[in-house]
Design a protein around this ligand. Structure first.
Ligand SMILES: [Zn+2]
Length: 407
């Protein structure tokens, strides 16, 4: 007879939700929007590195400055990213991320940091047409599974020359795909992927971004696809969620109403995030690194237009029970929690076994135990203290022992 009840927490540290900050199109690109030959604020997508007026510096000094806990996952086209149209009036510089040693070192230094991760976002992003609506996204172009796999493998090699290993995750360009796409991701051994703009699907019913799940609870949670179960991370929050409230058009009645109703509107919009927290779903905040495009339009959402919105969301999350993580961290935790087997639980302790096929970097699982005043001694003799019955333990062979916490 056992008196101990152990359960696995849905998210690390028994958080209500994981929080991910996803920034698209971080690339070796500069769009000289005003044509003055100088990199001005908002114009580079990563090309200007960490220099004054660079987008990366703006991200760190303005958007993330007060939020050291936020973890950012960048999605990077590794080759020379194409523009938006065939004959642009605007001059653009676009190069591979491994074009020279200084560029390689810049991108690598970001991925090496604890709070950043660089994921895969295609080679060129697609193919331009006469107008921006003729643009064909990269995964839409592949006419066979072999063509898709070959291109991904070339892209993975470019990634490896910069970061030293193959990318763990990525995202379809423009969330667009065809019948070969999911198979191409599964075959090229990605751990995780972002397939859909789930939030946009529900708000605007953009059916061209192909998905069939319109249930808010299942659509905003992790899914898997392909034979080897690639983790599919949903896109659940637009970083510009509150931008319309912070930048109302003061010349219109609607704009004036927004100023008067500001607090009410903020609360109403934040219900989207409240819903995710309440249902223990993924909070993945979507952005672009730059608004600059060569067709004269602004890329939305972007971290410049949405800086107030983002800071408000990050502040709102500060006192919530959330787990700040990268795409790889949430994917690994999902795999771990679904592949843990408990052996011989009794009043003295237990053993656990990882039955998954994937090799994981961080083998830490959070468990909840319905006993007060205990500590756990791991097989390697390390002591783990609990917090309200929640323990974050390292998965390993051997016996985990319960010990009275007399401290
Ligand atoms: Zn993109």
């Amino acid at each position: 007879m056992t008196l101990v009840n152990i359960s696995i927490c849905k998210w690390y540290n028994n958080a209500a939700s994981p929080v991910l900050f996803f920034i698209d199109d971080f690339a070796n690109v500069w769009v000289d929007t005003n044509g003055n030959g100088i990199v001005d604020l908002e114009e580079d997508w990563g090309y200007w590195k960490n220099h004054k007026n660079s987008s990366f510096r703006f991200l760190n000094e303005v958007v993330l400055n007060d939020f050291p806990n936020i973890k950012t996952t960048f999605f990077t086209p590794v080759g020379a990213r194409v523009g938006m149209i065939e004959n642009p009036q605007v001059k653009t510089v676009s190069k591979m991320i491994n074009c020279d040693e200084e560029t390689k070192a810049f991108f690598k230094s970001i991925n090496d940091k604890e709070n950043f991760e660089i994921a895969y976002h295609g080679t060129t992003h697609g193919k331009v047409g006469k107008t921006s609506s003729d643009f064909k996204q990269e995964w839409k172009l592949f006419k066979s599974i072999d063509e898709a796999v070959d291109t991904i493998n070339k892209g993975k090699e470019i990634y490896k020359t910069v970061f030293g290993y193959y990318p763990k995750g990525g995202k379809y360009c423009g969330y667009e795909a065809n019948e070969f796409s999911d198979e191409s991701i599964a075959r090229t051994d990605f751990l995780w992927w972002c397939r859909y703009y789930n939030r946009g699907l529900l708000n605007d019913k953009n059916h061209y971004i192909y998905s069939d799940d319109f249930n808010t609870v299942t659509s905003f949670d992790i899914k898997v696809f392909g034979k080897n179960e690639v983790i599919d991370i949903p896109s659940t929050v637009n970083g510009g969620l509150l931008t319309g409230i912070f930048n109302p058009n003061k010349k219109t009645l609607k704009g004036i109403a927004k100023i008067i109703l500001k607090n009410y509107l903020l609360k109403k919009k934040l219900n989207e995030i409240e819903f995710l927290l309440k249902n223990n779903l993924v909070i993945s905040i979507q952005e672009h690194i730059s608004p600059a495009r060569d067709d004269g339009r602004r890329q939305l959402p972007n971290i410049f237009d949405d800086k107030e919105s983002l800071k408000f969301i990050f502040n709102y999350l500060k006192d919530k029970n959330v787990w700040y993580c990268t795409g790889t961290e949430v994917a690994e935790y999902y795999i771990l929690r679904n592949n843990i087997k408990f052996i011989g639980i009794n009043d003295n302790g237990f053993a656990i076994e990882y039955i998954g096929k994937r090799n994981l970097e961080k083998m830490i699982i959070s468990i909840k135990i319905d006993r007060n005043n205990i500590m756990i001694i791991e097989p390697n003799s390390e002591i783990v203290f609990g917090d309200n019955g929640v323990f974050n333990i390292h998965v390993q062979d051997g016996l985990y022992k319960f010990v009275e916490n007399s401290l």
